[in-house]
Design a binder for this molecule. Structure first.
Ligand code: SAM
Length: 229
């Protein structure tokens, strides 16, 4: 899967995603991440890509033309028109189902805003999905884009060494994952639950299911309600 990130800060997304599991996925060719600097399409020698908002008000607004031209540059290397996500606090709040859905795309464009946002006209022309990572306002769309790339990549076959771990972890079946333990079997007087040391697979599975339900009920009862709807 190919991610194209339209940004004013390419080094931020490149550095962030070139590490750990996403870094390995890039190195293995399971995903590619191309950060495109919107400033390269400014059309002026100062690299200026923002201006004052019409109607007045605080801050600056990113101009339409550089973003449109950067998008055209991406289209030259994709077979068909890719989905274009604008990261914005005004979007649909990102979740695991959305990550799974985006993971079926071959190419995905992520558009990062800055300052007060982006001229509405280019959004109308190119954006297919408006996505927020939560009900708070960040300074830019780079961290949200990285969040999306991370969550989506985990759904791309081959990215996780053990494919099972994506299938059983939190949010599959609208449940949170059961508690995890590793060595030693006693830490500060706290013991690992006996059943996990028993080697009895059916009992372990039963215990994990019960823990998953209890934990979800305690921490995220809204997820259990989704299962009933
Ligand atoms: N003035 C805008 C508004 O009120 O909707 C907020 C602009 S914000 C300061 C700058 C950029 O950060 C946005 O264009 C967007 O790309 C990104 N951003 C901020 N919060 C975000 C969030 N919760 N989810 C996704 N992107 C966000």
């Amino acid at each position: 899967m190919n991610f194209y990130i339209l940004t004013l800060f390419p080094e931020m997304v490149e550095n962030g995603l070139n590490t750990s599991i996403t870094g390995r996925a890039i190195a293995n060719g399971h995903i590619s991440v191309k950060a495109i600097n919107i400033r390269d399409f400014s059309g002026n020698k100062h690299g200026k890509v923002d201006d004052y908002p019409y109607g007045g008000g605080a801050g600056m607004v990113m101009q339409a033309a550089p973003i449109y031209d950067a998008y055209q540059h991406i289209l030259a290397s994709t077979d068909k028109k890719p989905r274009v996500v604008y990261l914005t606090p005004q979007g649909k709040v990102f979740n695991q189902d959305m990550a799974k859905d985006f993971a079926t795309e071959e190419d995905l464009v992520l558009l990062c805003g800055h300052y007060e946002g982006i001229d509405e006209r280019v959004l109308e022309l190119i954006v297919t999905d408006y996505v927020s990572i939560g009900d708070y306002v960040l300074t830019g769309g780079e961290l949200p884009a990285m969040v999306m790339v991370d969550a989506i990549s985990r759904m791309v076959p081959g990215v996780l060494s053990n494919e099972d771990s994506a299938a059983t972890e939190s949010f599959s079946d609208n449940l949170l994952e059961y508690p995890q333990y590793t060595r030693p079997d006693e830490f500060m007087g706290m013991k690992v639950p006996e059943v996990l040391l028993s080697g009895h697979h059916a009992n372990i599975e039963k215990w994990r299911k019960e823990q998953s339900h209890a934990r979800t009920l305690e921490r995220r009862p809204d997820l259990l309600k989704k299962n009933k709807d």
